[in-house]
Design a protein around this ligand. Structure first.
Ligand code: PLP
Length: 415
């Protein structure tokens, strides 16, 4: 079977498209998404596999932008297209991933990073205020990109209140759940899915939490026609006799590249090999391991938690200044036994311990914790030695002088 499908989708490799339709509906059911995201539903919704979360976000941003231009040209015929495009504006939180800002750069549309509340959550009232101010200034709000599971601390934006604002003000709402989407599959994480039935699009990286190898980023659209209408550019060599004759989507209109890879095959294999229950227990295992790590942190008074443990992520720091956190991380990175990265919020640096890997075990968490806490012990010992050094030197000099003096006395006596 050809791993790459090009150009005329139905003709070149129908299995590639048809299997993608099937696995995206499996996934939507597995993640308990609303029925309207399934290809099998009566409506215009459906899912597609993109290469990365960045691509999925960019597709949503571009489609929302084109839809806004179309509707604004209808309501404001006096404005030229370039005048409309010059007024477009988008929103996200200051906790969102760098790919959101990048999508704004690529789409030539400013994305305002709104301040998240103290608990790192973006809520509707902040968005509403920003939109109202911008509308008063003559701008045209296009899209809000919310995050479920921010990169820094895995915080969850308040989708319900953001959806209230977006629906009322006709703004596209996209949810980037690149990491936390895996939690949607669990009954005990129902809260995570609150409001998702009201969003226009969302994405989740199967290569992050679902044991599918890189690259595989699922994206769902409530109304795929909005993307197809925005991106449909035809040429004579792309036309074929089966066009418009079936319910099978032409995914080339749902993405940036023309050709596509057979990513559905690896999703199909993963589901067939591990089963839905196997995948759910994988996610549960990562949560349990993160809880095990969190208990280590809480039981050692030299450390503090920075944010609540969320899924497989624990954000913590050694008590003290940022320099202390940076020095501990540097030691750990130089030893190369474990890998972590730093993050910063409200001027405080912290460490992110993320459980990952195919087969992480409690013994791996113990190993990592031992490495971290013994390196903190060593760092503290070095610091206290360094702090005591000047007095030590003078103490030692005094000691040796006294010793020498008493030695020479003994020597003289014995002669
Ligand atoms: N969104 C979030 C919340 C992420 O954590 C990340 C990466 O870590 C991304 C987007 C970017 O993902 P990708 O590399 O698939 O573009």
């Amino acid at each position: 079977m050809h791993a790459k499908q090009t150009l005329l989708i139905r003709i070149c490799s129908p299995a590639c498209t048809e299997l993608e339709v099937v696995v995206m509906d499996w996934l939507a059911k597995f993640l308990k998404l609303s029925e309207h995201f399934q290809h099998a539903s009566d409506g215009p919704g459906g899912g597609v596999i993109q290469g990365s979360a960045s691509e999925a976000v960019l597709v949503a941003v571009l489609a929302a932008r084109e839809q806004a231009v179309i509707s604004c040209k209808e309501t404001h015929p006096e404005l030229s297209e370039s005048e409309v495009r010059g007024k477009l504006i988008a929103y996200s939180s200051d906790q969102s991933n760098s790919c959101i800002e990048k999508a704004g750069v690529l789409a030539a549309m400013p994305i305002k990073l709104l301040p998240a509340d103290d608990d790192l959550i973006l809520r509707g009232n902040t968005l509403r205020k920003a939109i109202e101010d911008d509308v008063a200034a003559g701008l045209i709000p296009v899209i809000c990109i919310a995050t479920l599971g921010t990169t820094g601390t895995c915080a969850y934006d308040d989708i319900d209140s953001l959806a209230d604002v977006c629906q009322a003000l006709n703004v596209w709402l996209h949810v980037d759940a690149a990491y936390a989407g895996g939690g949607f599959a669990l009954e005990e994480c129902t809260e995570l899915r609150r409001g998702l039935d009201r969003v226009d699009s969302l994405n989740f990286n199967l290569h992050k939490f679902m044991l599918v190898n890189f690259d595989c980023s699922a994206m769902w659209l409530k109304d795929a026609n909005k993307v197809v209408d925005s991106f449909n550019v035809d040429r004579i060599y792309l036309k074929h006799k089966h066009e418009g004759q079936s319910q099978i989507p032409d995914f080339r209109h749902w993405q940036i590249p023309l050709g596509r890879r057979f990513r559905a095959l690896k999703v199909w294999i993963t589901f067939r090999t591990l089963g839905a229950e196997g995948l759910r227990s994988h996610v549960r295992k990562h949560i349990a391991l993160a809880q095990q790590f969190e208990a280590f942190v809480r039981n050692d008074s030299r450390f503090e938690m920075v944010a609540p443990q969320a899924l497989g992520l624990v954000c913590f720091r050694p008590r003290g200044d940022n320099e202390h956190t940076a020095q501990l991380l540097q030691r750990l990175m130089e030893r190369k036994k474990i890998y972590m990265v730093k993050a910063e919020h409200a001027g405080r640096q912290f460490l992110r311990f993320a459980v990952c890997g195919m087969d992480a075990k409690p013994s791996d968490i113990e190993f990592a914790w031992t490495e971290i806490e013994t390196q903190l012990t060593a760092l503290l010992a070095e610091k206290s030695l360094a702090a005591r050094k000047p007095s030590n030197v003078s103490e030692l000099t005094q000691h040796f002088q006294m010793h020498l003096a008493s030695d020479s006395g003994t020597h003289e006596k014995s002669q």
